[in-house]
Write a protein that binds this ligand. Sequence first.
Ligand SMILES: *Cc1c(COP(=O)(O)O)cnc(C)c1O
Length: 466
Amino acid sequence: MRAHPAGPRHGDLVADALPAAPPADLNSLSSHVWPAGMVRTPSGQLSLHGQSVTELVRTFGTPLFLLDEDDFRRRSRAYADSFCGTDVYYASKAFTSVELLRWVAEEGLGLDVATGGELAVAERAQFPMDRVLFHGNNKSVGELSRAVGLGVGRVVIDSTEEIRRLARCAEVAGVRQRVLVRVTVGVEAHTHEFIATAHEDQKFGFSLASGAAARAIELVLLQPSLELVGVHSHIGSQIFDTSGFEVAAHRAVELLAGVRSRHGIELPELNLGGGLGIAYVDSDDPASTEEVASSLRAIVERECRAYELAVPRLAVEPGRALVGPSMVTAYEVGTVKQVALDAGASRTYISVDGGMSDNPRTALYDADYTVVVADRHSDAAPMLARVVGKHCESGDIVVRDAWLPDDVRADDLLAVAATGAYCRSMSSTYNLLGRPPVVAVSADGPPRVLLRRETIDDLLALDPFA
Ligand SMILES: *Cc1c(COP(=O)(O)O)cnc(C)c1O
């Protein structure tokens, strides 16, 4: 194992660097952050639709992803209802499995896939292919021809090479493929900040400012096997308000007006991408689905009025907002270590039996999470601790600054909230730790395994010399 010295943050636990004050009650669950079906019972146990986390862990082991099926379905329905008249595509890269995609289909949503692998899951789920939209900045010819062959509803074109590749695939298949052109509108948004210039320096889409988007549209219109239905813009992720979308919609509608004056056609669809944020910690305050939906609609209608354009059919692609809040991760504590810092301060490191392999977001994005003791009530005083994993990296952090009771000890169970998006889907087998299972729990019926635990035999099966 490598032993790194602590990183530059070593010693930052001084009074002025302390995060927010401890929550009033370390035992309570903010409904803002936890799935709707999760409560702490009078005995102190976390329970999901009446199934105690302790029991679930006894059956399925740790680390364990627990998915509140009813919460996920309710969010999906809320999107479908609030965005009525708008196409809602679930961005399956946030988390995908065959059974979950069946729920997505049942709740009436479409699906966004970005690789042949994600498309294969959709195929196994018998997802209606006309409601599938295929993204990606470097789709292979194999992926494109598979998608066209399966009859996916829309392909979002991301490069000049792809225009010819896709046109050829469609021609060979004898179909006219519906496409959108992905444009980079020069807006980048994260959480509550957005930057409305410069951010053209990225790999996705065609730049609007340089004229590349207009040229791509022209080239697509020349392909008899492609039917251009609209433009697409995705401005970022974990966005809390609609000001970034406002600028994006303004520029996209301006482009649609430009297409009308140049080519005499009004494109019928405008896809504003995903990116709607969720609460990871209590202080996060994302706009509600209803607010976002009505504000996006109002923005586009206003812009279209200004250009005297018919309002196109809108589409959005939420990933995180649908699945993120519906899942939690249960871990078992293995060690608790007190480390002396400068100036007489100390930090408590609580090691759990997973880490950056099942949740790389803290290491990658410095993401913040809420964590609680899952299997008992505690009246101990709050302690600011760092929850870390078991990997050979000092950056293997699950929750950088976590308020936990100061009696946390080995064998306690911890639960981390809002791990549904980009945790299992971005998980790795680093240090040959198999990836955790995902178990769905609903108010009706027993828990069901959506993805089983990856075993060491699964991993060794890849090694022909094993
Ligand atoms: C990742 C992505 C999404 C989903 O983003 P969320 O932040 O999970 O809502 C939607 N559209 C595109 C093109 C994406 O790349």
